[in-house]
Design a protein around this ligand. Structure first.
Ligand SMILES: Nc1ncnc2c1ncn2[C@@H]1O[C@H](COP(=O)(O)OP(=O)(O)O)[C@@H](O)[C@H]1O
Ligand SMILES: [Mg+2]
Length: 450
């Protein structure tokens, strides 16, 4: 088999799945695999750490397995591609071959005047993705992408919240997701909202896009009837709202609507409860109060609380700053919870102070660069007084604590304590394992420095 053809097929599948073309390392792995080389040899040739090459390799096999619908590994990659090529050739005179998200078709199969019955990766007919940020480097998140794609495309979930602490990678993950699945929708829209418009304005914006009409009747009475739902029923739409925490009050428990945004609650309720073929993805630091954190498979509503990157991906972020090989690299990643933004911030500080500063981190020191403090300050200032009190209780304890231990302190009444713990957990300020809670090191350090 011609390696160029193999590369082209693999590249198309990887692009369909991740929105990115093969990079040099992935290409080298495929070339080495086609030549029957072991990982050790491939790693040597490209002067890369072998375990890293293995890791990237296994992710690549996973992507290709999902696209091809069969298990692909280093040992059977060559034969899998041969089978794919045979299948494309045997369908040559018939239809295009749909493999995963990719439509393989040669130009000769569809002469210019005969419409292709399955247009390859057809652009969504109506998109307003002008507010969607550009994606920078993007590592890992295979599992989360798979979960979200399943919820949206297979289980037809109507309302999904994607939450997590600032900098954890929510927006980046959603951008990657939209790039991968937008073709499945007639409409794809992205709003990043520092300040949310009134509900009437918001709906009329969307309707304008749907109806494509300049002379839309935008009288408030007309909009009170919520005609938006009709568009969501008639068309398959993907609507992404980023930074939804701007809908909610500061100084209150998580997810309480600001008085002038209360009507968004009814809109989201309708999106969840009424039958339609569209999906709203809400991204933010906290979910709306009424959205449960744990949802069953039978409901059209889901929540994904995003946690940090895995060690290999987080190491890539440090590699960019020349810190991937320092002795305490893994400890650093763990301490900053694999949060890409926090890691970038602390890595920049270490880089600017000189690599020796990394030695500071051998003990339990948690450096808080100013930019990181600023971001935490924005989130901390949103907490209610009761949540701040509970956080200071956590600071007194060095080990994970359970409810009984927190109540022993006697400073917070039990109903308040329960509400505060739920709210802090929804904001990802505390981690829960079984019946024990912990305050992660970065937040602990921040609260202690206040
Ligand atoms: N999977 C990832 N791989 C590499 N960098 C990432 C990844 N996810 C996020 N980042 C980087 O981390 C920073 C914060 O990401 P962002 O998506 O804005 O977080 P959030 O929306 O949760 O605040 C950005 O600089 C982004 O490029
Ligand atoms: Mg964001």
């Amino acid at each position: 088999m011609n390696f160029k053809e193999v590369l082209k097929m693999a590249d198309e599948m990887v692009f369909a799945k991740t929105g990115k073309h093969l990079d040099d390392l992935q290409e080298a792995i495929l070339r080495g695999t086609m030549q029957g080389e072991k990982y050790t040899k491939i790693a040597d040739e490209i002067h890369c750490n072998e375990s890293y090459v293995r890791d990237i390799g296994s992710k690549l096999w996973q992507i290709l397995s999902e696209e091809l619908g069969e298990d692909v590994s280093k040992t059977n990659f060559r034969s899998a591609m041969q089978r794919l090529q045979v299948s494309i050739v045997s369908h040559y005179a018939q239809d295009s071959v749909q493999i995963g998200l990719v439509n393989f078709c040669g130009e000769a199969r569809h002469p210019p005047n005969i419409p292709n019955p399955h247009p390859p990766n057809q652009e969504t007919s109506h998109q307003d993705l002008s507010e969607m940020p550009e994606l920078g480097d993007f590592f890992d998140r295979t599992h989360e992408l798979k979960t979200l794609t399943t919820w949206i495309l297979q289980q037809n979930c109507r309302l999904i919240t994607l939450t997590g602490i600032s900098g954890i990678g929510k927006t980046s993950l959603a951008v990657q997701l939209v790039q991968q699945i937008k073709h499945e929708f007639e409409y794809a829209v992205w709003y990043t909202l520092d300040e949310f418009p009134t509900i009437d304005k918001f709906q009329s914006n969307l309707i304008q896009l749907f109806s494509n009409s300049e002379n839309l009747d935008s009288s408030p009475t007309n909009q009170k009837r919520l005609p938006l739902i009709k568009y969501l029923q008639n068309h398959r739409c993907l609507v992404v709202l980023d930074d939804v925490h701007n809908l909610f009050c500061s100084g209150e428990l998580a997810g309480k609507y600001k008085p002038n945004y209360e009507e968004y609650r009814s809109l989201f309720k309708q999106i969840e409860k009424l039958s339609h073929q569209s999906c709203f993805l809400l991204i933010g630091w906290e979910p709306p109060k009424e959205v449960p954190q744990l949802t069953s498979q039978n409901t059209p509503i889901r929540t994904l609380q995003l946690t940090g990157l895995d060690t290999a991906a987080a190491r890539e972020i440090l590699r960019d700053k020349g810190l991937a090989e320092i002795d305490n690299c893994e400890a650093l990643i763990h301490r900053y919870q694999g949060n890409p933004s926090w890691l970038k911030s602390v890595a920049t500080l270490i880089q600017e102070l000189g690599i020796g500063a990394a030695e500071l981190l051998i003990d339990d020191t948690v450096l808080l660069p100013e930019d990181l403090k600023d971001v935490l300050q924005q989130q901390f200032s949103r907490l209610s007084e009761i949540e701040k009190q509970v956080l200071s209780l956590f600071c007194r304890e060095s080990e994970p604590v359970n409810l009984a231990k927190l109540l022993e302190c006697g400073t917070v009444r039990s109903p308040d304590l329960l509400n505060a713990l739920q709210s802090l957990s929804r904001r990802c300020f505390i981690d829960k394992a079984g019946s024990f809670y912990t305050l992660p090191p970065v937040l602990r350090q921040y609260v202690q420095e206040l």
